[in-house]
Each structure stands twice: as structure tokens, then as C-alpha cells.
Ligand binder design. Structure first.
Ligand SMILES: Nc1nc2c(ncn2[C@@H]2O[C@H](COP(=O)(O)OP(=O)(O)O)[C@@H](O)[C@H]2O)c(=O)[nH]1
Ligand SMILES: [Mg+2]
Length: 204
């Protein structure tokens, strides 16, 4: 698959002021620092499309990108991360409203990809999010991030353990590394299937 163009469309602190992309949208969701922006960049094969940061909790806006591939055009959505320490209840409520508004109301949304760091434990935050997505009938998939951080044996073991913990219902978690380029083709396939239907788009 070729990526012909990748560009920022807009970012917005509220869904009401986020422009329509006119494209099928795939949203990336997860704890702050889980590797959302890095994964977006890796998928887009651009170094600095989405801003990455070592400082958790910096992205407080919804960011919309347009990706043009030889299989068609779609949009990626970088949602603000949750779960960083030292946020007030009010900030937490603000995050929830922003993200839930987008996920529950966006007509163009085709898939929400929930990212989970391979080395971290699956927590109640993630369980609640999955339950909520199911309730809203939003298709979801799990991507495990930063798999390069574990040696192959440990990696396998950890992927299996996390998949068991996550349970069935959202398909097999996709193991990825933005740094090492692991799982990107699999993730693209899932994105294209949801954006254009399983028979749409081209295959590699
Ligand atoms: N080793 C490794 N580090 C990663 C990977 N993806 C992201 N990181 C690092 O994790 C940190 C947070 O990444 P970022 O993409 O900004 O996370 P976000 O807050 O979810 O958008 C940064 O320091 C990245 O360099 C990966 O696949 N492998
Ligand atoms: Mg980010």
C-alpha cells in the first residue's frame, strides 16, 4: 500500500468546532504516553505529522489528519490521552466529555483503536472504555504498543497474558512497535477494512 499524502486537517478543543473531514475516520485512543502520536506517524510514514511528547497530558485537543493512500483517502483522529497523574476532577470530566462526545456522535467514525502499552497492566480505565464503546456500538480494536521494549520470548508471553486479560469481543490485539515498524501492515489492513469495507481498497 502506498501513502500518497498525509496532512493535518485541523485540531479542536471541542467536537462542535472540529470540521468534518468528509472521510471515513479512524480514532486512536489510550492512556497518555501510550504511543498514540508515534503510532500515527509510523502508520503515515512521516516523522512529525502528529506531535509526540515525553510530557504526558499535553495533547488536550482532538487532532484530525487526512491520509491519502492508493486504496483511498481516510482520516486519522488523535484523541487526547487519559490517566496521567495530577489532574483535577474537573479536567478529568473535561477529557471525558470531549472524547465521549467525539466517539458517541461522530457520524464519520468507523473504528476506535484502543492502545495499550505491552508492559503495563490492563486497568479498569481500559475495561470501562471497551464496555462503553460496545454500548455505543462503536467498533473497536486493541493495539499493543512498544513491543520492541521486550525481548522476543518475554514479548510473546506478555502478548498472550494481556490478550487473556482483555478477553474476547474486540478481536485479537495487534502487537505493534512504532520504533521497530512491527504490526503496521496489520493495523493498516484493519483500518482499510473498516474505512472501505472488507472488500474495498486494494491489498498489498
Ligand atoms: N521504544 C519505543 N518507544 C516508543 C514507541 N512508541 C512511542 N514511544 C515513546 O513513548 C513516548 C510517548 O509517545 P507518544 O507517541 O508521544 O505517546 P502519546 O502520548 O500516546 O501520543 C515517547 O517518548 C515515544 O518516543 C515504540 O514503539 N517503541
Ligand atoms: Mg500524543
Amino acid at each position: 500500500m502506498k501513502i500518497l499524502a498525509a496532512e493535518l486537517i485541523a485540531s479542536a478543543p471541542r467536537v462542535e468546532v472540529l470540521p468534518e473531514s468528509g472521510l471515513p475516520e479512524i480514532a486512536f485512543l489510550g492512556r497518555s504516553n501510550v504511543g498514540k502520536s508515534s503510532l500515527l506517524n509510523a502508520l503515515a510514514r512521516r516523522k512529525k505529522l502528529a506531535r509526540t511528547s515525553g510530557t504526558p497530558g499535553k495533547t488536550r485537543e482532538i487532532v484530525l489528519f487526512r491520509l491519502e493512500t492508493d486504496a483511498g483517502a481516510l482520516a486519522f483522529v488523535d484523541l487526547p490521552g487519559y490517566g496521567f497523574a495530577q489532574v483535577s476532577r474537573r479536567e478529568r470530566a473535561g477529557w471525558q466529555r470531549l472524547v465521549e462526545d467525539y466517539l458517541a456522535k461522530r457520524e464519520a467514525l468507523r473504528l476506535a483503536i484502543l492502545l495499550q502499552d505491552l508492559r503495563r497492566d490492563w486497568s479498569e480505565d481500559e475495561s470501562l472504555l471497551l464496555a462503553w464503546l460496545a454500548e455505543q456500538n462503536v467498533p473497536g480494536r486493541i493495539a499493543l504498543t512498544k513491543v520492541d521494549k521486550l525481548k522476543p520470548m518475554k514479548r510473546k508471553e506478555r502478548i498472550r497474558a494481556l490478550a487473556d486479560e482483555i478477553g474476547p469481543g474486540f478481536g485479537k490485539p495487534i502487537a505493534t512497535s512504532s520504533q521497530a515498524g512491527v504490526g503496521l501492515a496489520d493495523l493498516w489492513r484493519v483500518c482499510l477494512d473498516h474505512a472501505f469495507g472488507p472488500l474495498g481498497g486494494g491489498s498489498d
